[in-house]
Design a protein around this ligand. Structure first.
Ligand code: ADP
Length: 475
C-alpha cells in the first residue's frame, strides 16, 4: 500500500510555540503517528510567529510561495526542518509578521494572519507536488482549509484529499472574521445545517465542510451535541453525529515521569512510592504550610478561568474548614478568581496557599507532593492535569465531564462528582478523605493510577485507524 500522506495545519506546536492544549497535541501527535507507522508521511505546517526562535535548529529555506486570492497577490516564505521524522514547515509573510502575539485580541488581525497562513501552506504543498491524502485542521485558525478543499477553491489538486477538523476549544470560533474571509474571496456558505450566524465564521464553516470532526475525548464528542456544551452549534453537531469521533489526548511520558523528574526533591515510582511523602513534606515546607505527612494535601494547578471551577473549590473549602486538610492552588488568569483564592488564604493561613503565577517547575513539585488534585471544571474537552497527577500518584477529584469522565474511573483511579456545585464537590472531597484514611486502599488507587496508559501512542493508534477509515471510504 502507498504511504498515507497527512498534512497537519496548526496555529501552535510544542516545542516551537505553546499557548494551550493544542500546542501539546500538534507537537506530540505527528511524532507519535510517525513512530507508530513508519509508512506515514506527515507534514506539519505552522505560522512562523514572531515569537518562534529557530536559531538552534538546522533549517532549510524553500522557494517562495506566490498566490493570489480575489485578485490580490500574496507572497509567503516557507522554512522547513525535520524533527522526529516529521517534516515541519514554518510559513512567514506580511500578515504573520504584523502580529506580535500568537493570538491577539484583534480578530481582524488574527483572521488575516490565519487565512493567509492556510492558503500559503496549501499552495506550498501544491507547488511541491505533495498531495495529501488527509488534511488535518485544528480549531478555528485553520478550519477554513476544509472549506477550501470541499468547495474546490484551489482547484482539482485537492479533489481527492479527505479532511478532518479537530476541535480543541469550541468556545473560540473565529467570529468577526467575515470581512477578512471576503477579502480572500471566501463567501458565506449555503446550508440548512448551520445557524445564520455561523455561515461566514471559520469554525462552523470548517466543521460543515470536514469529512470527520474530532473532539479530544469521547464524552466531549457527545456533550457538544447538547445545548449546555454546544455553543449554539448543538443542532448541527447532532445532524453530523455519525461523523464525530472523540479521541483522548496523551501526555509526554518522558517529560512527565516521577522516577526521572529532576525538579522534585525525591524521585519515586510505583515500586518505590515511599519517597512520594518526602515530596509532600518538602512542598509543605516550600509553601509555608505546617509540615504534616498525615494531613490530606489537596492541590489545583490551573488557568484561572470560569471554565475551571476554581470558585467551586474556594466555596467547598469554606464548607470543609472545620475538617482536616490542606490546599495549595497554583494558577493565574482572571483577577477576580485570583482574588478569591488570596482571600481564602488570608482566611485560613494554616490550611491554604494561593500561589498566583505560572510556574512549570513548581507545578511538578505540586504534582509530586500533593495527595489529591482537584479539577472541578464546568467543561473540559480533554484535560491534561488529571493525567499528569495520576502519573505522579496524586489522585484526581474531578467533575464528571468531558475528558475527565473518560480518563478517571470512579473509586479506582479517582473520585468524580456530577454537578458543578460546591456542596457536591465538598462531599466528593470527604469521600476521597475517607479512602485516604485507609492506607492500603489509598495505595491501591495510587498504583492503579500510575499503571494507566496515557501515552500518545494510544491516541495515535486511534487516529491512524480514523485515517484508514477515511481513505477506505474514498471520495
Ligand atoms: P487547559 O489546556 O484547559 O489549560 P489542561 O488541564 O488541559 O487545561 O492543561 C493545563 C496544563 O497547564 C497542565 O499541564 C498544567 O500543569 C499546566 N498549568 C496550568 N496552570 C499552570 C500554572 N499556573 N503553573 C504551571 N503550570 C500550569
Amino acid at each position: 500500500m502507498a504511504p498515507i500522506k497527512v498534512l497537519f495545519l496548526a496555529s501552535e506546536a510544542e516545542p516551537f510555540i505553546k499557548i494551550g492544549g493544542l500546542g501539546d497535541v500538534a507537537g506530540s501527535l505527528p511524532i507519535a503517528l510517525r513512530a507508530l507507522d513508519a509508512q506515514l508521511e506527515i507534514h506539519l505546517v505552522l505560522p512562523h510567529h514572531t515569537r518562534i526562535d529557530l536559531s538552534s535548529y538546522s533549517t532549510q529555506s524553500e522557494p517562495p510561495v506566490k498566490f493570489s486570492a480575489n485578485n490580490v497577490k500574496y507572497v509567503a516564505q516557507p522554512l522547513s526542518l525535520v524533527s522526529g521524522d516529521v517534516k515541519i514547515t514554518f510559513i512567514s509573510g506580511e500578515p504573520i509578521s504584523a502580529c506580535e502575539k500568537v493570538y491577539s485580541t484583534d480578530i481582524l488581525k488574527d483572521a488575516d494572519k490565519f487565512t493567509f497562513f492556510v492558503f500559503a501552506a496549501m499552495y506550498h504543498c501544491q507547488n511541491q507536488g505533495w498531495r495529501p491524502d488527509v488534511l488535518f485542521a485544528n480549531d478555528w485558525h485553520t478550519a477554513i482549509s476544509t472549506h477550501i478543499v470541499k468547495h474546490n477553491l484551489m482547484g482539482s489538486f485537492w479533489s481527492k484529499t479527505r479532511t478532518i477538523l479537530a476541535i480543541h476549544n469550541l468556545a473560540y470560533m473565529g467570529a468577526g472574521s467575515e470581512p477578512v474571509l471576503s477579502k480572500y474571496g471566501i463567501e458565506p456558505v449555503e446550508s440548512d445545517l448551520l445557524p445564520w450566524w455561523g455561515k461566514h465564521v471559520p469554525l462552523p464553516m470548517g466543521a460543515l465542510a470536514a469529512d470527520k470532526i474530532v473532539t479530544v475525548s469521547p464524552t466531549y464528542a457527545k456533550e457538544i451535541q447538547s445545548e449546555e456544551f454546544g455553543c449554539g452549534l448543538d443542532p448541527f453537531f447532532q445532524a453530523r453525529s455519525n461523523d464525530i469521533v472523540g479521541i483522548v489526548n496523551g501526555i509526554d511520558l518522558q517529560m512527565w515521569d516521577p522516577s526521572t523528574d529532576q525538579h522534585i526533591l525525591a524521585r519515586f515510582s510505583a515500586n518505590e512510592l515511599k519517597a512520594k511523602s518526602d515530596n509532600k513534606v518538602a512542598l509543605q515546607q516550600l509553601v509555608g504550610l505546617p509540615e504534616d505527612p498525615s494531613v490530606p494535601l489537596l492541590a489545583m494547578v490551573t488557568r484561572m478561568d470560569q471554565q475551571k471551577g476554581v470558585d467551586l473549590l474556594v466555596h467547598a473549602a469554606n464548607l470543609l474548614v472545620d475538617e482536616q486538610f490542606q490546599l495549595i492552588i497554583l494558577g493565574t488568569g482572571n483577577p477576580e478568581i485570583e482574588k478569591e483564592c488570596l482571600q481564602l488564604q488570608s482566611a485560613f493561613p494554616q490550611k491554604v496557599r494561593a500561589l498566583i503565577k505560572f510556574d512549570s517547575i513548581l507545578s511538578r513539585k505540586v504534582y509530586a507532593g500533593a495527595d489529591m488534585i482537584t479539577m472541578p471544571s464546568r467543561y473540559e474537552p480533554c484535560g491534561i492535569a488529571q493525567m499528569i497527577s495520576m502519573r505522579y500518584g496524586s489522585i484526581p477529584i474531578a467533575r464528571s465531564t468531558g475528558g475527565l469522565k473518560d480518563t478517571i474511573h470512579e473509586g479506582e483511579t479517582g473520585f468524580l462528582f456530577e454537578k458543578a456545585d460546591p456542596i457536591q464537590l465538598a462531599e466528593c472531597i470527604r469521600k476521597a478523605k475517607r479512602t485516604f484514611a485507609k492506607r492500603s486502599a489509598w495505595n491501591k488507587i495510587q498504583l492503579t493510577c500510575m499503571a494507566e496508559d496515557f501515552s500518545w501512542n494510544r491516541s495515535a493508534v486511534q487516529y491512524l485507524s480514523l485515517f484508514q477509515e477515511l481513505l477506505r471510504e474514498g471520495k
